[in-house]
Design a protein around this ligand. Structure first.
Ligand SMILES: [Zn+2]
Length: 290
């Protein structure tokens, strides 16, 4: 679908200006003509040049728009994501360029605007060390030789009516109530039903007006009626498989961007049209562009 730079730019314009290009000089939506020698458009009345890539991840890049689209397609279309190394090979750029593109594309996928309601499951996982991925309760007590692990907090809204659920996952400093409760408030709408395990940090959820129910994992109870945290644990399993299989090792520094990508994939599984590639492309926005 995207054989050259011109096609990619046209797609970007339709996506970024769904109502047409608004000329900042004429103050109206006017016809803009594609410039021949550069990736911009000129207003038919006043000659204003509009640069669609301004403020996007493509701005100022020496890499062609077609390669960017190729990279987005590759990242979006493989189920578990690809590594920067694979990107380097597939599109024929240097590793440094591939890594930069990779990070830029991921940077579009943050989860700040995700809000959950209905039935939400909340849970934590730990990353790092030899016995990574284990729950806090199953880990040996910290002490001599203990490897510090990075906690990740997650919340998933269960799907209904055949629609998939949505997830938010964030690297947190610790799993104390003071850390986790504000995260719940930030992403979960009032009066939502929230299911967790027995961890004490979740005690205050009821006071916030949520309907809160727990499963007692420590007593071997994992499902009680429809009270369980299997959906969020399924998401953790997907992340584990992806990181283990594709990325081998994840530093704490980059963990959040991996989580952003996995959450984005999870939340856009129903994407139609261009599918996941379309969802990635729709995430391209102009930040601070006039
Ligand atoms: Zn104009």
């Amino acid at each position: 679908m995207f054989p050259d730079d011109a096609t990619c730019l046209e797609y970007l314009v339709v996506s970024l200006y769904p109502d047409g290009i608004h000329c900042p000089t004429c103050q109206k939506v006017t016809k803009h003509h594609r410039d021949a020698s550069r990736p911009s458009y000129t207003c038919q009345f006043c000659g204003h040049h509009e640069h669609p890539m301004k403020g996007t991840i493509f701005e100022g890049s020496a890499t062609s728009l077609k390669l960017w689209f190729d990279a987005i397609y590759l990242m979006a279309s493989t189920r578990c994501g690809i590594s920067a190394k694979q990107l380097e090979r597939e599109i024929g750029v240097t590793y440094k360029t591939a890594w930069r593109m990779f990070k830029q594309i991921r940077s579009m996928l943050d989860q700040d605007e995700t809000f959950l309601s209905g039935v939400v499951e909340m849970d934590e996982m730990y990353v790092g060390g030899k016995d990574k991925w284990k729950h806090e309760a199953k880990r040996p007590h910290a002490g001599r030789g203990a490897v510090s692990k990075t906690p990740v907090h997650g919340m998933v809204q269960r799907g209904t009516d055949g629609k998939h659920g949505r997830v938010v996952a964030k690297v947190v400093a610790d799993t104390k109530a003071d850390t986790l409760i504000p995260r719940a408030k930030m992403h979960i709408l009032p009066a939502t039903t929230v299911f967790t395990d027995e961890m004490r940090s979740y005690n205050d959820l009821e006071d916030l007006g949520y309907a809160h129910d727990r499963v007692n994992h420590s007593q071997g109870v994992y499902v009680s009626g429809d009270v369980h945290t299997n959906t969020i644990e399924g998401f953790w399993a997907t992340v584990k498989r992806g990181i283990g299989g594709t990325y081998h090792a994840v530093s704490t520094k980059h963990l959040q961007s991996y989580l952003d990508e996995y959450a984005f994939r999870y939340n856009n599984r129903d994407a139609i049209g261009l599918g996941m590639t379309g969802a990635f492309l729709a995430a391209v926005v102009r930040k601070d562009a006039s």
